[in-house]
Write a protein that binds this ligand. Structure first.
Ligand SMILES: Cc1cc2nc3c(=O)[nH]c(=O)nc-3n(C[C@H](O)[C@H](O)[C@H](O)COP(=O)(O)OP(=O)(O)OC[C@H]3O[C@@H](n4cnc5c(N)ncnc54)[C@H](O)[C@@H]3O)c2cc1C
Length: 317
């Protein structure tokens, strides 16, 4: 059995964030052979996010039954594949890609290929976390979402959010990325049919070419922050419920929390301090966003009112 100081499960932003900031005998495991490829993500981040922007965004445009709202919020679209791949290439730890973690118990990580023991196990395995399940933390409700990369027909420096009855209890997005665009939907029902509808819609508006270069599917955790530490296992990123339940954005929080997990490993703060700090920083914020998400769902039949009572364009944090 391999012995390690730290085993990190998941090579997404959260796991890579931890792996790139710690030393010692570290093992990074991911079930995918190339976890930095075909990632389900619209790739929007705030300007302060530490990855190069490939497209800068000057405003957010929300289209809904009440009209169109413009918010001058700046951000950037990154190339997640290149960014994550470059981090993987810079790591000095042991890397086991194409290996799935099946269970974690008393510091022992059991995979489909072997068993390893560590002082710390980091659950960075995303929204449907197996590590979280193994330590008995309840699964949050999840919103299915799909992102498609298409050729863009218009060069714009704004992201578009569409609230439409056809995209049930969710929304559609159009995020430009140079000559391409990330488009997609997150919704409660008929994801495939809804996506097809949305592609047709954007096509009819002459926003996109119908040639699709990649389709990727994922889940967005909706309940807000969970319990993060149990029996020398620490949850981070989507596994810990860091994602904004209203907008679906989770990259910034995953990276930010990873830095704090690295501090725990380095002995700079205790696991309890990590848990407290994260709940202080994000707990209330994510709870409020979850409440807004519930309003959007409950009032969905009157979509104009639902959006005005819940969406970020209509309230101040
Ligand atoms: C369609 C979509 C669009 C999104 N758009 C945005 C956006 O524009 N901006 C934004 O900020 N956020 C966005 N998000 C959210 C963002 O993608 C996540 O918050 C972010 O990826 C969380 O990072 P993570 O490292 O916690 O998890 P992930 O990126 O999900 O990484 C988890 C890793 O764990 C691995 N794994 C899972 N289970 C196991 C196992 N049992 N054993 C081994 N490995 C395992 C997976 O293969 C994966 O590589 C979007 C999400 C979706 C679904």
């Amino acid at each position: 059995m391999g012995l390690y100081d730290v085993i990190i499960v998941g090579a997404g932003p959260a796991g890579l964030g931890v792996a790139s900031q710690i030393e010692g005998k570290v093992l990074l495991i991911d079930k995918r052979k190339t976890p930095y490829k075909k990632i389900a993500c619209a790739e929007w981040v705030p300007l302060s996010f530490p990855a190069k922007g490939v497209q800068y965004i000057e405003r957010v445009v929300t289209v809904y039954p009440g009209g169109t709202v413009y918010n001058h919020w700046k951000g950037k679209i990154i190339d997640r594949e290149k960014w994550q791949e470059s981090i993987v290439m810079s790591l000095h730890c042991d890397i086991h890609f194409g290996e799935k973690v099946e269970w974690v118990e008393r510091g022992i990580v059991k995979t489909d290929k072997g068993r390893y023991k560590a002082d710390w196990v980091i659950g960075a395995d995303g929204a449907v976390s197996q590590v979280r399940r193994a330590i008995g933390i309840k699964k949050p409700s999840l919103l299915p979402a799909v992102n498609v990369r298409v050729k863009a027909k218009k060069y714009i420096k704004e992201t578009h959010i569409y609230f439409m009855h056809e995209i049930e209890k969710g929304y559609g997005w159009y995020f430009p990325k140079g000559e391409y665009a990330n488009i997609g939907v997150g919704c409660n029902r008929n994801l495939k049919k809804t996506l097809y509808f949305f592609i047709q819609f954007l096509f009819s508006k002459n926003f996109i070419d119908k040639n699709i270069s990649s389709v990727s599917f994922g889940y967005i955790p909706l309940s807000g922050l969970l319990k993060l530490v149990k029996n020398r296992v620490i949850l981070v990123g989507d596994a810990g419920g860091f994602t904004d339940p209203l907008t679906g954005a989770g990259l910034f929080q995953a990276w930010d929390a990873a830095r704090e997990v690295a501090r725990v490993i380095k002995g700079e703060i205790s696991p309890k301090e990590y848990e407290n700090l994260m709940h202080k920083t994000y707990g209330k914020f994510l709870k409020r966003r979850y409440e807004k998400r519930k309003i959007l769902e409950e009032k969905w039949r009157n979509l104009k009112e639902a959006v005005e009572k819940s969406w970020i364009s209509f309230f101040q944090e």
